[in-house]
Design a binder for this molecule. Structure first.
Ligand code: GDP
Ligand code: MG
Length: 788
């Protein structure tokens, strides 16, 4: 009987709580735990919620929630037990409760011919028909037996390959899991054919029941000479695994012990994981499930919200029917329809095939680390590309080569359109300058706005190229392989391959990269990945490097650029080790690294990604950078200095910018930056980078076009050379400093949000700046020593 049926004034004892993990946890936290006495205070028909008294408190539950709680009442016991003539006394009741809470309902789920019926027979001593063809079990067969103190009711379900609602068997099995809510699911898996059998396991993981995998026919796996680290595999997917041979009964007791531990919530291997899909799908799933989570009470209690979101995207009829009664269904359906179109456009296939492809990728990733195939079997299942790309010797050099090509192209290919944009802005500046009369307004527009914004806008092509590479790598599936081959390297930093993708994304922008760390399930690994992310030089810092490397190291700019990025990575690596060593303990949680199917990225998706990013960049130029450039201009233009005593116009202008507010701020910081060979202009530029790193360049742009107005048509690079303000060593120090010092405001906010506290954001600001100064100081002196 269920709690919702308990009449006002009656009391009962709680036997179990059903529903998906999140729901169950919430109900348990309210005190509805097994064996607890509960009394219905007010349960009027048609009235929702219902009031209960539990542990001396009054608690309200929705009717639908109470319907998920199984109870036992004395009256119920009386009707069940013919030997009782009067209301059962306490002792009888207690015995009945004890028996009842030790009753485990188990369901057998697995592919056809995976040995479910053999397991069922071996456990129950029954003689259900075992056959070597599919379709033997047409409907569920149940049996009971006793094991230790427990009564186990086991149900043998029809064989299925998946849990989508296509075949009657699939529908039947899923419906059974929903209606009967077994306490533990045994997923019977053919050990020698894991790729295909584990597909159903991934479907079950989505549904999140308490589950154990029975690796059946383990004898065949051993005979074939293959080796499986099933303990590790089980830890990775959060599901305990027990090797068994159903035919001989080997391993069945271990299986039952495991089931009892799971039932009692005492199995440390049980962990709910998400199968992470690639960005395109994951974005849509997240968007939808977030919308759904806002109305938890409208969702079916038997499914986790994420599952509902995935199935709605897939258009799963049964789930859609279930959701269609929800008040916000229309809203969700509209969002899902939009998501389906996006996925189809970006991936060139429908949601269902995309998701199932990625599930196989999850399995491939899990097995790549745990299964050693026998020689004769070969690795026929992994593609030729994978054999090259993830090869022990070729993998890493290939990856580094790709990275080098990426940065080299960013720099060299970018210079052509860069020159066009640059001359465009110079032309615009001259045009506006010739049309306007002399005065502060003209100076503001020409030097402040056009000079400042223009100096940043020229880097748009470089950023586009960089993002082109990143999205090509991500969309094609290479990035996941790169993560895979980097796993060992990442372990040296106390991290996991999974941290790798957020780190590479950091080369684009640290903000989405920090948000992408959400796929990392371990808190300490996630925190470390967040904190070292700013050392992955984002594309906003690229303009600074391109400017300085291009100006001072023109002949070897590509190498300098590559070296800088590498330096950032080394600092990230070292920081990760330090954090792991001194702040966080070892991280033992293993994860699966999905190896999604290779896809040829569609032109449409790639163009869309590039457009989205360039739009973002342009928006930034139009907004934040425009404002910052204007403020910087004001600070450098005022207060006006009396320059009547100066001979040349140039020295007058230099005096002006030095005497300005900006000059004063810079002068204040200069003593700190002087040991790095940098003057107050560089100090001001870098301070202004707190708003956004591109502003470092636009600030220099404003400062130099104000100062060196004689060469109005000169580029910033020419201004810098003409000024003789920085040596090559100082330029190097400045690049190192910009590479490492405090992250921009947006990143600081992202760190605080994702790491869960301002203290981590503060840590990042202080630590990064200190490290930047020390590293820049070291590099500066080293560079002077060897005389670059
Ligand atoms: P079901 O379709 O999942 O119910 O699978 P069955 O229980 O009917 O078994 C399918 C086939 O696998 C039968 O021929 C069984 O004899 C065989 N089988 C079951 N368990 C084992 C095992 O542990 N080892 C081996 N080698 N064969 C098994
Ligand atoms: Mg069967």
């Amino acid at each position: 009987m269920f709690l919702s049926e308990l009449k006002t004034g009656e009391s009962a004892v709680i036997i179990k709580v059903r529903g998906h993990g999140g729901f169950r946890r919430r109900i348990l936290e309210m005190g509805f735990v097994r064996g607890q006495q509960v009394e219905s205070v007010l349960n009027a028909p048609l009235r929702d919620p219902i009031k209960y008294r539990i542990m001396g408190y009054e608690v309200s539950l929705r009717r639908s929630e109470a319907a998920m709680i199984e109870i036992l009442t004395p009256y119920e016991l009386l009707t069940q037990r013919s030997d009782l003539s009067t209301s059962p006394h306490d002792e009888v009741m207690e015995q009945a409760i004890n028996a009842k809470i030790r009753e485990i309902n188990v369901a057998l789920v697995g592919n056809p011919n995976s040995g479910k019926t053999s397991i069922f027979n071996a456990l129950t001593g029954g003689h259900a028909h075992v056959g070597n063809y599919s379709g033997v079990t047409v409907d569920a067969k149940s049996g009971s037996f006793k094991y230790r103190d427990y009564t186990i009711n086991i149900t043998d379900l029809p064989g299925t390959y998946a849990l989508s609602a296509y075949t009657p068997e699939e529908l039947y099995v899923r419906q059974h899991l929903i209606d009967n809510q077994p306490d533990v699911v045994i997923n019977s898996v053919v050990a020698s054919n894991l790729e295909r059998n584990l597909y159903l396991t991934t479907e079950l993981i989505d549904l999140n029941p308490k589950m154990v995998v029975a690796l059946n026919m383990y004898d065949e796996l051993e005979q074939s000479g293959a080796k499986l680290d099933y303990e590790q595999l089980g830890r990775m997917i959060g599901v305990p695994m027990v090797p068994i041979v159903a035919r001989t009964g080997k391993g069945l007791n271990e299986l039952l012990d495991e089931i009892i531990l799971i039932f009692e919530n005492e199995n440390p291997k049980v962990r709910h994981i998400h199968i992470n899909y690639s960005t395109t799908i994951e974005t849509q799933v997240k968007r939808l499930s977030q919308m759904m989570k806002r109305h938890l009470e409208e969702l079916p209690k038997c499914f986790p919200p994420r599952y509902c979101a995935i199935k709605l995207l897939e258009g799963d009829k049964a789930v859609v029917d279930m959701l269609s009664t929800a008040e916000h269904y229309r809203e969700w359906r509209t969002q899902a329809a939009r998501g389906v179109v996006q996925i189809a456009e970006n991936l060139g296939e429908d949601v269902e095939s995309a998701i199932s492809g990625e599930k196989y990728g999850f399995i491939e990733g899990a097995l790549a680390e745990t299964l050693t195939r026998s020689n004769e079997a070969g690795d026929g299942s992994t593609s030729l590309i994978d054999r090259i790309v993830t090869n022990k010797y070729l993998g890493i050099p290939l990856f580094l080569l790709l990275m080098f090509v990426m940065f080299w192209s960013t720099f060299t290919l970018g210079t052509y359109p860069q020159e066009w944009i640059e001359s465009g802005f110079v032309w615009l500046g001259e045009l506006v300058g010739s049309l306007m009369s002399e005065g502060a307004l003209k100076d503001l527009i020409v030097d402040g706005i056009i000079g400042g914004v223009g100096s940043v806008a020229v880097f748009l092509p470089n950023i586009l190229i960089l993002y082109l590479f990143i999205s090509l790598m991500e969309d094609s599936g290479y990035m996941a392989r790169a993560a895979f081959i980097m796993d060992k390297v990442m372990h040296l930093a106390g991290l996991h391959g999974k941290s790798f993708i957020p780190l590479v994304m950091g080369f684009g922008c640290n903000v989405p990269a920090i948000m992408a760390t959400r796929t990392i399930e371990s808190r300490s690994s996630r925190l470390i990945t967040i904190l070292i992310n700013p050392f992955m030089s984002c594309s906003a810092r690229l303009p600074v490097f391109i400017l300085l490397a291009g100006t001072f190291f023109a002949e070897s700019a590509g190498v300098v650029l590559f070296g800088l990025y590498l330096f950032g990575c080394v600092m990230a690596f070292a920081t990760a080790r330090v954090l792991r060593r001194f702040l966080f303990g070892e991280d033992e949680t293993p994860f699966v690294m999905e190896l999604p199917p290779y896809r040829i990225p569609t032109l449409k998706a790639t163009l869309r990604h590039m457009w989205e990013r360039s739009a973002q960049y342009l928006k930034k130029i139009g907004g934040l950078i425009l404002v910052a450039a204007t403020i910087i201009w004001f600070l450098s233009y005022y207060p006006r200095v009396d320059v009547s005593g100066y001979e040349s116009a140039q020295s007058a202008r230099a005096a002006q910018s030095e005497g300005s507010y900006l000059g004063r701020i810079g002068k204040f910081c200069e003593p700190v930056m002087e040991p790095l060979g940098l003057d107050w202009r560089a100090s001001v530029a870098m301070l202004s980078g707190a708003a956004a790193k591109e502003i470092v360049v636009s600030t220099l742009g404003v400062l130099y076009s104000v100062e060196d107005a004689e060469h109005d048509s000169a580029t910033l690079s020419e201004h810098l050379i003409a000024s003789h303000n920085y040596s090559r060593a100082a330029a190097l120090a400045m690049m190192i400093f910009v590479m490492l010092y405090f992250p921009c405001v947006a990143t600081v906010v992202a760190i605080a949000q994702e790491a869960g506290g301002w203290k981590w954001a503060a840590f990042s600001v202080v630590y990064n700046t200190l490290l930047a100064w020390l590293a820049a100081w070291g590099v500066y002196h080293l560079a002077m020593l060897i005389g670059v």
